[in-house]
Each structure stands twice: as structure tokens, then as C-alpha cells.
Design a protein around this ligand. Structure first.
Ligand code: AMP
Length: 513
């Protein structure tokens, strides 16, 4: 099934209901969205001469035209390459070149950067500006019939966030994205045409993926007006568009939870905040539950298995008196309905409950492979299982707890230390606002634990106090040998801490000890 079928269908069954909105204003009804999608498709094929399977990249901030471009490309049988618009021009160039993109849809904010690439990226033949006259002409083209797509046809090249080296393009098929959408209904929430989805995080990543089940069910896609959603805007939008859900990285959830405008506010029209993509620390999660109530659902996923490995449901967040509550909240939940999840040893043998190993996943949601990288594909999908590179263990009840990325594991004096545990411990100190723990090469220990600490405003915890906080909670050998006090942690465009950068930094700085 072609995913653009949803839009075409709602163009008839939900005709006059809102499909796309900017702030409190309706941008398009379903009828309008469907017509523009079919027009964009016709324009891409006719005016620009693209043929099914060609790649169309989207480099723009979140705005309604983003979805017109994406569903328009699908309608025409083309492959969408949503590129994070906050990337550096050279990074964008790499993705366009690697994916063999022929046409880019971009907005005025990014047009200069993208147009300059017409000279350097060989495959690139056209850049189309949206919104504006050029886009309206394309969208106004006489609509073309929806092109049939087979389940295995590529739909979305999802470039990984590349916290280690060059990003890879996970090839997501129509079937992969359909499965991801259906399992949203199975594991997270039912969705109806009376609901809405707020697209606050980059559409090239989690927000775009969670937008799909909402389009499938005819909910309205809402684009915030500001670049950084805050409490007052969230309140205005949930009042205007009830039944609202949105995807947010942990860092964004933490920021919103601390927004004074939300304290005591009526959030009854807010349905679900789906968080994930990076670890959510217990302290921050407790604060978020305090602020938002039982409206949080956690997902654990990867671009390679579009945001679908495990989920910790809203119900799992709720019980206050369950003795396992702490463990539950630190876990990433249960395997999703549409996948098998195992924890394996380095020889791919399944490990028993409680043992820590690599998380592997199998199912119809797992990518077809990495675009143009057969060796990396073979390595990652060996034996028919997606090797996530994440390390974790199952508990007796079947909940998965992640320890860390395998490459972030610290081995000190022959002992395995998972930075996440040390980070969780340090975050319990009231004067610590954020923390990241990495390993530094050490002649005596192999690696030494070092912590980058962002202190709460106006205070500076002492190294002794931090040490005590650790030793009260975790084994002595796990406590940091060095602390670096920093203003902020380096994050990439998806709000993930770039530990590679921290590891490089520890080689050249002096620490507090
Ligand atoms: P990406 O493909 O860029 O979304 O990165 C996926 C990676 O983010 C996963 O392999 C995990 O390491 C991490 N991740 C995703 N969701 C979670 C989560 N809920 N908790 C901890 N880490 C996560």
C-alpha cells in the first residue's frame, strides 16, 4: 500500500475537516491537502521529469508544505529524504549526494545553502522553493492518479543522527512505515479524526514518524509558530486543538516540565507526550510526571526500525505504589506488538533474563537496509536480526532496561561500567542540572570514568559532595575519577549528547579533582 492513500482517502471522507494547521489557523482541509498532494505529485513527475524511485529531499523547517512535499512524493511513487534542516551545509551536501537526490524542496531560510549545492552535488537537478509562487504552481498542477507501491518499495531514506561518524541512510519501505503506524495504535494510543498531533520536534526524525499514524486516522497536524515550543504556546495550542499528542526528546520534556506557565494549568486537552530517542533520567521523568500527570509514554527505537522496539505505556507510568515503579520508570518498557526483541551475546546467542547483552530486533518494521551500503547492511542485519548497538537486559516481567550504547561502555580495571548508572546517581544531587559520563584512556585502569557536570544555576557542587552522592548509590569503583564543570553539554540537532566530542575533549583539558 502507498502511504499517500491515507491523504487521498481523507480528501473524501473528511473533506471539510482540518488536516493541516499553523498555530491556531487552519492551513488546509483534507480536501485541500489531498488536492495539493496530488498536484505536487503531478508537478514532480511532469514539470520536473522525476520517475518512480527517484529521491526527493526535503530541507525545511517544520511547516505544512513539508507534509505536502512528503505525501506528494509518495503519491508520485518517489522516495522522500527528509533532511534535518539544522544540519551544516556540508552535512546536507553529503546526504543529498549519498542518496542521489534529484530534487530538493526547501524554504527561504535554507534556499541559499541548498541552491549552492546545485553546482557540487552531481545528482541534484532542481531546487523548489516552498511556500510561495513556485510551490503553489506545482501544488496547483492538475492532480495525478495515486501510483501503486509495493510493500517493499522504499518510501523514506532516514539518515541516522550520526553521533559516530557519517550518517547512514536507513531505507524505510512503505511496509515498514505502515507497521510502525499500526503498532502505534496497538501500543501507544488509539487516534481519531477528533485528535491532533503537534509537530514540534524535527519532522526528519521522531516527530515525522509519529505524525504518520495521525495522518492515517485523519487527525489534524499542527505546526507551532515558534521555533522553540514553550509552556504558554503549548497551552494555547492544546486548547485550540484538543486530543493533542506530540513527540519530544527528553531534553525538551524536561524544559517544558519546568516551564512555570504549565504549573497548575488545565492540561485535560493534552493527550500524550511521547518521549524517547535518548535516555530519560529518573529525576527528570519524575518531574515531568509531576507536571504533566499520566500523559507520558516512552518509546525506544532507532531510525533503522522506525521508533519501534519497545514502549513504556502511559499505564506503566501511572502506579505510584508499585514496588517495582523505580525499575519500571528506568526501563524502556515492553517489546512492541509487531517485533521480536532479544538480548544476545557477541556470538548472537540469546541470553537469559537478567543478563546484559546487545539488543536485537526482528519484524516487518525493520529497515530494508542502508542505502547504497551493502556491507554495513549485512553486518547490521546479520542472521535476519537488526543489531541495534544498544546494550540492555530483560527483567522477569519482560521489561527491557537499556544500559548504554555498546560503544559508550567504559571498561575500567576490567570492570564494565555503564555511564547511564553513574549519570543517574549524579543527577540525584540537587545542584546538578545535567551530566554526561565518558571513559578516558588510562595507563593504569585501561579507562577512567570522567563526568561532565552542568551545575544548577548559581551553584557549584563540590567534588566531595558529588563523590558522596555516587558512593551512596553505586559501587565505589564506578565513581568518576575526574569532574569537568561545563556550561552546557554538546548536543546534536536531535538533542542527543554527543559523547564522541566529550571523549575528544577529555584528552586536552585539565579536570577538577
Ligand atoms: P536514532 O536512530 O538517531 O533515533 O538513534 C537511536 C538511538 O537512540 C538508539 O539506538 C538508542 O541508543 C537511543 N534511544 C532511542 N530511544 C531511547 C530511549 N527511550 N532510551 C534510551 N535511549 C534511546
Amino acid at each position: 500500500m502507498n502511504l499517500a492513500t491515507w491523504v487521498e482517502r481523507h480528501g473524501r471522507d473528511l473533506r471539510h475537516r482540518p488536516a493541516l494547521a499553523t498555530g491556531d489557523r487552519v492551513h488546509a482541509t483534507w480536501e485541500g491537502f489531498a488536492a495539493r498532494t496530488a498536484g505536487v505529485a503531478a508537478g514532480l513527475r511532469g514539470e520536473h521529469g522525476l520517475v518512480p524511485g527517484d529521491r526527493v529531499a526535503i530541507v525545511m523547517k517544520n511547516r505544512p508544505e513539508y507534509l505536502e512535499a512528503m505525501y506528494g512524493a509518495w503519491h508520485a511513487g518517489l522516495v522522500a529524504v527528509p533532511v534535518n534542516a539544522r544540519l551544516h551545509r556540508d552535512e546536507i551536501a553529503y546526504i543529498l549526494d549519498h542518496s542521489g537526490t534529484r530534487l530538493v524542496v526547501t524554504d527561504a531560510e535554507h534556499a541559499d545553502d541548498v541552491e549552492a549545492l546545485l553546482d557540487t552535488v552531481e545528482s541534484l537537478q532542481a531546487v523548489v522553493l516552498a511556500p510561495g509562487e513556485q510551490w503553489d504552481r506545482l501544488a496547483g498542477a492538475s492532480p495525478m492518479r495515486l501510483l501503486d507501491r509495493r510493500p517493499d518499495d522504499a518510501a523514506w531514506l532516514f539518515y541516522t543522527s550520526g553521533t559516530t561518524g557519517r550518517p547512514k541512510g536507513a531505507t524505510l519501505t512503505h511496509r515498514n512505515l505502515l507497521m510502525a503506524s499500526l503498532s502505534y495504535f496497538a501500543d501507544i494510543d488509539a487516534v481519531s479524526a477528533d485528535d491532533s498531533v503537534l509537530l514540534a520536534a524535527p519532522l526528519s526524525h521522531g516527530a515525522g514518524l509519529y505524525g504518520l499514524p495521525h495522518v492515517a486516522r485523519g487527525a489534524v497536524s499542527v505546526f507551532p509558530k515558534s521555533a522553540a515550543l514553550d509552556g504558554p504556546e503549548l497551552l494555547t495550542l492544546t486548547n485550540r486543538w484538543p486530543g493533542m499528542s506530540f513527540f519530544a526528546a527528553p531534553i525538551m520534556v524536561k524544559r517544558l516540565a519546568a516551564d512555570p506557565a504549565l504549573a497548575g494549568a488545565d492540561l485535560s486537552r493534552l493527550k500524550t507526550i511521547i518521549y524517547g530517542g535518548a535516555p530519560m533520567y529518573l529525576e527528570d521523568l519524575e518531574a515531568a510526571l509531576e507536571a504533566f500527570g499520566p500523559r507520558l509514554a516512552q518509546i525506544y527505537g532507532q531510525g533503522e526500525t522506525p521508533m519501534t522496539i519497545t514502549a513504556l505505556s502511559k499505564a506503566d507510568h501511572a502506579p505510584r505504589d508499585d514496588p517495582r515503579r523505580r525499575d519500571r520508570l528506568q526501563s524502556v518498557g515492553l517489546p512492541r506488538t509487531d517485533v521480536e526483541v532479544r538480548v544476545v551475546d557477541p556470538y548472537d546467542r540469546e541470553l537469559p533474563v537478567g543478563e546484559v547483552g546487545e539488543v536485537v530486533v526482528r519484524g516487518d518494521v525493520v529497515m530494508a537496509g542502508y542505502w547504497g551500503q551493502p556491507e554495513a547492511t549485512e553486518e547490521t542485519l546479520r542472521g535476519g536480526w537488526l543489531h541495534t548497538g544498544d546494550v540492555g537486559s530483560f527483567d522477569d516481567d519482560g521489561y527491557l532496561t537499556l544500559r548504554d550504547r555498546s560503544k559508550d561502555l567504559i571498561i575500567s580495571g576490567g570492570m564494565n561500567i555503564y555511564p547511564r548508572e553513574v549519570e543517574e546517581a549524579l543527577l540525584t544531587h540537587p545542584q546538578v542540572d545535567a551530566v554526561a559520563v565518558v571513559g578516558r584512556p588510562d595507563a593504569e585502569w585501561g579507562e577512567a570514568v570522567v563526568a561532565f557536570v552542568v551545575a544548577a544555576e548559581g551553584v557549584q557542587p563540590s567534588v566531595d559532595a558529588l563523590d558522596r552522592t555516587c558512593t551512596e548509590r553505586i559501587a565505589r569503583f564506578k565513581r568518576p575519577k575526574e569532574y569537568y564543570f561545563v556550561e552546557a553539554l554538546p548536543t546534536n540537532n536531535y538533542g542527543k549528547v554527543v559523547k564522541r566530542e566529550l571523549r575528544e575533549r577529555v584528552r586536552s583539558q585539565t579536570a577538577h579533582r
